[in-house]
Design a protein around this ligand. Structure first.
Ligand code: FES
Length: 576
């Protein structure tokens, strides 16, 4: 069978009297849809990243049924399709390595399929930004439903959340936790489907999608298996039909103003540092750059309000009880562009006029914040000429200003081989440096930036050290962990020149990260890190086109170009 029409797809074809329309209807009727159903408009794709290889997204199969109900109730024709799915615990070398591949998959499926709009079903960390990036570039109206946080477990009567893994792991390394209990924890740590149950990357990105108007207000924190989340998914299906009929592309919602709102929200909740990279990548898809300088200014003018795990003692459900994301935005309202659109199609000003922030220690007020400002420190200096990031709100305040001698590890294998070697002489003043773990060197910036504290120091009760790398860290991790150092070592950044004992100076309050070695000495040194250049397959594509962290680690050819997206036509109601 040949295809005569090679233009990008849309749902018009189902109403067409020509042979192409006949073929589309005939094949769908073969799949069990009625003659009336295959003529309904708009056609709403349900882009589902459900996968048995991704337990965080396992609830999306059921949520797709809820979305379908909403689409049908609004008169549309829902059609679900799969894409690749990225599970944070399983994908190697890292999910960021494949984020852009998933974004391409999402973009091309949306662009090429006979659909008028799409509902994106994502959850685990990179699936949400990949879907947003792909959908923005595809240009068809889109909305998102995220998987929602999984239930919280219990250990010895206390809540057990995914970030407890790091403490439990350190206790096991130090011998304080036996193998029997370690095995018990294995059966308790992940008590159900859904994304990580703290304010890690997945929940942060869900909150960003909500702030950007790509998902419904108040939806991002609803528990994964709750009736409320299923109802929100159904309502999203209905709204997606509206968005298709209104011909509203993602760029009506994802604007420079909305992106600034999202960054301020990220700072206020002490969200995942990964979101800094994803926000820049999303910005690139609308032809915009946030930039480290602007992000530093926004961080220093935004109060830190949330005290939720991993950056505080409270649970996500406490934040939800306080009013969830809309309550966060209500507190930030004077700082926000409230003419940006929310998922209902109203302005945020309209939505926030109905929102109350219920008093809760999980969400402080702007008048009585956790920190007055500066939750995310954007660093520059001789060690990070293009920038680096530190989640200051999750770092030990005694280390915000620190000078110490470097102990350098070349890659993850070297780190694991030597971190507990007493011969390294690591002390509480040492600055641990990991290089060769950036976008190119990793590749894919694996989440290894929270270098483990040497066993010897764990025994002495040390809980934090200054750690610096060109890697990322899990959104569930904490500590004085400087990340995303750019340019990375494998691209010739100064990180490649550091030697054991070199003094490194961190000033998280002044936004500085410096290598205190004179330039003449550095000029005599040879960079210690190189990265092979793969010659075939995705690895070669990645190596040729990946950008550095301050540019969002997108492929250079995927950002918006001078070629404008085609206008999205409004879709009429049913065409019998
Ligand atoms: Fe999938 Fe955390 S590992 S959401």
């Amino acid at each position: 069978m040949s295809q005569n029409d090679t233009k990008k797809g849309n749902g018009d074809v189902f109403s067409s009297p020509d042979r192409d329309g006949f073929i589309h209807r005939a094949f769908m009727r073969g799949a069990g849809h009625s003659a009336a159903a295959v003529r309904r408009r708009p056609v709403i794709g349900i882009c589902n990243s459900f996968s048995e290889l991704n337990p965080c997204n396992a609830g999306l199969r059921d949520l797709a049924r809820s979305v379908e109900r909403g689409v049908v109730a609004a008169g549309g024709f829902p059609l679900e399709f799969p894409t690749i799915s990225l599970a944070e615990p399983f994908i190697r070398p890292s999910t960021l390595y494949l984020r852009n591949l998933m974004a391409i998959d999402v973009e091309e499926m949306i662009s090429s399929s006979p659909i008028d709009a799409v509902v994106l079903l994502g959850g685990c960390d990179k699936t949400v930004p990949a879907q947003l990036m792909g959908a923005i570039s595809a240009g068809k109206p889109a909305m998102a439903v995220t998987a929602g946080p999984r239930a919280v477990g219990r250990l010895h009567g206390a809540p057990l959340t995914i970030d407890d893994l790091w403490t439990l792991s350190d206790r096991r390394r130090s011998g304080a936790l036996g193998e029997d209990e370690w095995e018990t924890v294995e059966g308790l740590l992940v008590p159900g489907v859904g994304t990580c149950n703290v304010l890690g990357t997945a929940v942060t990105m869900a909150m960003i999608a909500e702030t950007l108007g790509m998902s419904l207000p108040g939806s991002s924190l609803l528990p994964a298996t709750s009736g409320a989340r299923a109802a929100a998914a159904e309502e999203t299906g209905r709204r997606a039909v509206e968005r298709a009929r209104g011909g509203q592309p993602p760029t009506d919602f994802v604007t420079p103003a909305a992106l600034e709102n999202a960054f301020r929200m990220l700072c206020a909740v002490s969200g995942s540092t990964n979101a800094v990279i994803h926000l820049e990548a999303i910005a690139g898809r609308i032809g915009h750059r946030l930039g480290m300088r602007a992000m530093a200014e926004w961080s220093w003018s935004t109060p830190v309000l949330a005290q939720v795990r991993p950056s505080g003692p409270h649970l996500l459900e406490d934040l939800e009880e306080a009013g969830g994301l809309p309550a966060v935005l209500k507190e930030l309202q004077p700082l926000l562009h409230t003419d940006a659109l929310a998922g209902t199609g109203e302005t945020w000003a309209q939505v926030l006029s109905r929102v109350t922030h219920r008093d809760s220690p999980a969400l402080r007020t702007a008048a009585d914040p956790v920190f007055a400002a500066g939750g995310l420190a954007m660093l520059h200096g001789t060690l990070a000429p293009a920038g680096a990031v530190l989640k200051r709100s999750a770092a030990d305040p005694r280390l915000w200003r620190h000078r110490g001698p470097a102990v350098v590890f070349d890659g993850v294998a070297d780190l694991h081989a030597r971190i507990d070697d007493p011969g390294l002489g690591i002390t509480e003043d040492s600055v641990l440096v990991l290089r060769g773990a950036g976008p190119v060197g990793g590749p894919g910036m694996p989440e290894v930036g929270q270098l483990p504290i040497p066993r010897r120091l764990l025994h002495k009760g040390v809980t934090d050290l200054v750690r610096i790398s060109d890697a990322r860290m899990s959104g569930t991790a904490t500590g004085t962990v400087v990340l995303h150092v750019a340019p990375e070592a494998a691209e010739g950044g100064p990180l490649a020149l550091v030697r054991d004992g070199d003094p490194i100076v961190l000033d998280a309050l002044d936004g500085r990260l410096d290598l205190d070695v004179d330039e003449a000495e550095l000029a005599r040194r040879t960079p210690a890190v190189t990265a092979p250049a793969p010659r075939r397959g995705y690895a070669a594509l990645y190596r040729r086109h990946i950008t550095q962290a301050p540019e969002g680690c997108d492929f250079d050819f995927l950002t918006a170009t001078a070629e404008p997206s085609p206008a999205v036509p409004a879709v009429p109601a049913d065409r019998p």
